[in-house]
Design a protein around this ligand. Sequence first.
Ligand SMILES: C[S@@+](CC[C@H](N)C(=O)[O-])C[C@H]1O[C@@H](n2cnc3c(N)ncnc32)[C@H](O)[C@@H]1O
Length: 364
Amino acid sequence: MICSSFGKCGSCVLWEIPYKKQLEIKKERLKEMFGGFDIPEIEVVYGSDEHFRARAEFRIWHEGDKSFYAMRKRKEEGRGVIPIEECKIVDKAIYEIMTPLLKEIEKNENLRFKLYEIDFLSNSKGELIVTLIYHKKVDESIAEDIKKLKDKFQDVDFIVRKKGRKLVFDKNYLIEELNINGKTYKYKIIENTFSQPNREMNQKMIEWALKNSKHLRGDLVELYCGNGNFTIPLSENFNKVIATEINKESIEAATYNADINDRNNITFLAMSAAEFSQLKKENSPLLASYDLKNVLIDPPRAGLDSKSREFVNEFDNIIYISCNPETLKRDLETLAKNRKIKAFAFFDQFPYTNHMECGVVLER
Ligand SMILES: C[S@@+](CC[C@H](N)C(=O)[O-])C[C@H]1O[C@@H](n2cnc3c(N)ncnc32)[C@H](O)[C@@H]1O
């Protein structure tokens, strides 16, 4: 990939290294980091190195009567943001609308004044949700101006936000379609809730989790399930699934997603991983009908808190999806003690950055 913002933008820090070389470097880093564990050969899973991000957030920089997208500076250049001409990592649909959208906004002082950030969310059909975030009081009077934008960009749903206030002009979600092993799964994705940023890699991660859970028997417990991204395809490998997540809107989407994909063996609960872990200690009837042998976890960067780690450590088989190798390593110190690491994958969700997503399968 070649991007005119390379070398200026602080997002793609590995811009000077050819893509395949980045994969080799990251694999070596993981090998070194996890050298103290008995891990099998690291499976490297990668996809396209351009137009791979289905969601993106840009600060807006105003100078005279012009406005620009801005990204944080490279670390070497100090703090702050710099204007960028383009961003090649975002989905084609986002890439194509970015400049014309800002040109329209520039023409309308009400839309432009104190516009602080623009967020984009896209689906595989190229439909978009665009969220305009302001540092000023906004009310329904902005609707007229949004309507003018909507006339120009008919397939886009607009949302306006300022601290504590959200105005939804169309709908606040997209329906995403994922192709998993040749089968189509549909997902409602609600704006401003978690969704996997890289669609192609997400499909490959789900396929990897399916492959590595095919031989498991019984039920599945899932922590940090989001909108049911893994839950729905994986429910085909298990008798019953109980999946939990802290965000109520994500659970609402997950329940809807189970329904539109005709999955009827899943129970979704909105609660924190620590609260759910406590249910086991209390012998809650909610868990009574589940055999607690298999667990899937996909926590945020902080990894597992101590209560959840203790809970997960009671399962025979663990599938751990991690977006932070540091906390993964910390958690494996406990979880790999009495289990064998059967598979270790590196999913390159974030080309040109130092971020690394991993998948680990542990079996007692
Ligand atoms: C990395 S995302 C994974 C979501 C989902 N597995 C997916 O693939 O889209 C982590 C999820 O954990 C949720 N989360 C964050 N802290 C949590 C907590 N303490 N307990 C339960 N869920 C939490 C977030 O809302 C988010 O949906």
